[in-house]
Design a protein. Structure first.
Ligand SMILES: C[S@@+](CC[C@H](N)C(=O)[O-])C[C@H]1O[C@@H](n2cnc3c(N)ncnc32)[C@H](O)[C@@H]1O
Length: 331
C-alpha cells in the first residue's frame, strides 16, 4: 500500500481506536497492570472480560504502543498505557471514558450537524448536554473528571506563561471541580479564589486543608449572576460551549462586576488562520456536535465579541498546551 493510502486509512479508522482506548479505560485494565505485567487469563476475571476478546483488544492496542505484549498473552504498561491509570499524575482515563460514551454517540450525527447547522447532541438526546448530564449524574461525574484530566495538561503551560501579578481575588466561572484554581492558588500564595459552577457540580468539592481561608466555592448560574469582588474573572473552556449571544450575557455580567483595573482571562484554543494543523480545528467540530452554538474562535472573533461586551482584547498569550490566554480589559 502506498503511504498516502495508508495514512488515509489510519485517519479513517480513528473511531476504532477511540473505542479500543475507551474499552480499556472502562474496564480499568491499566489499573490492574499497575503492580506489574499479567497474562490475559489473570486479567480477564479481574476486569470482568472474556479472555480471548481481551487478548485481541490488548494485542490491537499494543500494536499502537498502548500496552506491550512481553510474552505470549502477557501484557505490561507502556508510557502511553500509563495515561489510562486512574492514579497517574497525567491520567486521561476519565477523558477517554467520556469520549467513548455520549460524545461518541453524538459524533455519529455529525452529518446532521453539517447538513443543517444544528448541534448533534440535542438532536440525538433531545436536550442540551448540561441538562442531560444533570439528569444522568453518573455520566456527569465522568464528564467532570474528564475536564479535570484535560485541565492537567493545560495548567502547567498556563502557570509558565501567566504571572497573575497584582491580582488579589480570582473568580473561576464554570471552574468544574477547581483543579485549575487550586493550582493557581498554590503557586501564588497571596491570592484568594472563588470557584463557581452549577450547584450539582460543586457539591462534592471541599476546601483542601492547605487552602483554608483562601479558596471558596459557590453554586451558581453564570447566565444570571457572577460574584462581585473579583479583580480577575477567569473562563476556561466556557465561551467555546456557547454561541455569541449566550457568551455576551456572561461577559456583560462580568463587565458589570469588574472593578477599574480588573481583567478577564479567557482560556481557550484560539483558531489560527490557514491550513496549519491545530487541535483547535478538531475541538471546534466537537463543539458543533456537543453544544448549543458553541465554537472555537479566531483572534478577530474574540476581539469583536469582547467589544460588544464593553471589553477590549489586550493580548493573546500562547502556552505550551493548545490553549491560549485571551486577556481582556474594560474598553
Ligand atoms: C467545558 S466545562 C469546563 C470546566 C472547567 N472550566 C475546565 O476547563 O476544566 C464547562 C463547565 O461549565 C459549567 N456550566 C455549564 N452551564 C453553567 C451555568 N449556567 N452556570 C455555571 N456553570 C455552568 C459546567 O458545569 C462545566 O463545569
Amino acid at each position: 500500500m502506498d503511504l498516502t493510502t495508508s495514512h488515509f486509512l489510519q485517519l479513517a479508522t480513528g473511531n476504532w481506536v477511540t473505542q479500543m482506548l475507551h474499552v480499556a479505560a472502562e474496564l480499568g485494565v491499566a489499573d490492574q497492570l499497575a503492580a506489574g505485567e499479567r497474562s490475559v487469563e489473570e486479567l480477564a476475571p479481574a476486569v470482568g472480560a472474556d479472555p480471548d476478546s481481551l487478548f485481541r483488544l490488548l494485542r490491537g492496542l499494543a500494536g499502537l504502543g498502548v500496552f506491550a505484549e512481553t510474552a505470549p498473552r502477557r501484557f505490561a504498561l507502556t508510557p502511553l498505557a500509563e495515561l489510562l491509570r486512574s492514579d497517574h499524575p497525567g491520567s486521561q482515563r476519565q477523558f477517554v471514558r467520556m469520549l467513548g460514551g455520549e460524545h461518541y454517540e453524538a459524533w455519529g450525527d455529525l452529518l446532521h450537524s453539517v447538513r443543517t447547522g444544528e448541534n448533534a447532541f440535542p438532536h440525538r438526546y433531545g436536550e442540551p448536554v448540561f441538562a442531560w448530564y444533570a439528569r444522568n449524574p453518573e455520566r456527569g461525574a465522568i464528564f467532570d473528571g474528564a475536564m479535570t484530566d484535560f485541565s492537567r495538561v493545560e495548567i502547567e503551560g498556563l502557570l509558565a506563561v501567566y504571572g497573575f501579578e497584582g491580582i488579589t481575588h480570582l473568580v473561576d466561572l464554570g471552574g468544574g471541580h477547581g483543579a485549575l484554581l487550586q493550582a493557581v492558588l498554590r503557586r501564588h500564595g497571596n491570592l484568594r479564589g472563588t470557584l463557581v459552577d452549577q450547584p450539582a457540580v460543586v457539591a462534592p468539592v471541599t476546601v483542601p486543608d492547605d487552602l483554608v481561608g483562601r479558596f471558596s466555592v459557590e453554586g451558581g448560574n453564570f447566565f444570571e449572576a457572577v460574584p462581585s469582588g473579583g479583580d480577575v474573572y477567569l473562563l476556561k473552556h466556557i465561551l467555546h460551549d456557547w454561541g455569541d449571544d449566550a457568551c455576551l450575557t456572561i461577559l456583560r455580567l462580568i463587565r458589570e462586576a469588574l472593578p477599574p483595573g480588573g481583567r478577564v482571562l479567557i482560556l481557550e484554543q484560539v483558531v489560527p488562520p490557514g491550513n496549519d494543523p491545530s487541535p483547535s480545528k478538531l475541538l471546534d467540530l466537537n463543539m458543533l456536535v456537543m453544544t448549543e452554538g458553541g465554537r472555537e474562535r479566531t483572534p478577530e472573533e474574540y476581539a469583536r465579541l469582547l467589544e460588544r461586551a464593553g471589553l477590549r482584547l489586550a493580548a493573546i498569550h500562547p502556552t505550551a498546551s493548545p490553549i491560549s490566554v485571551v486577556e481582556a480589559l474594560p474598553a
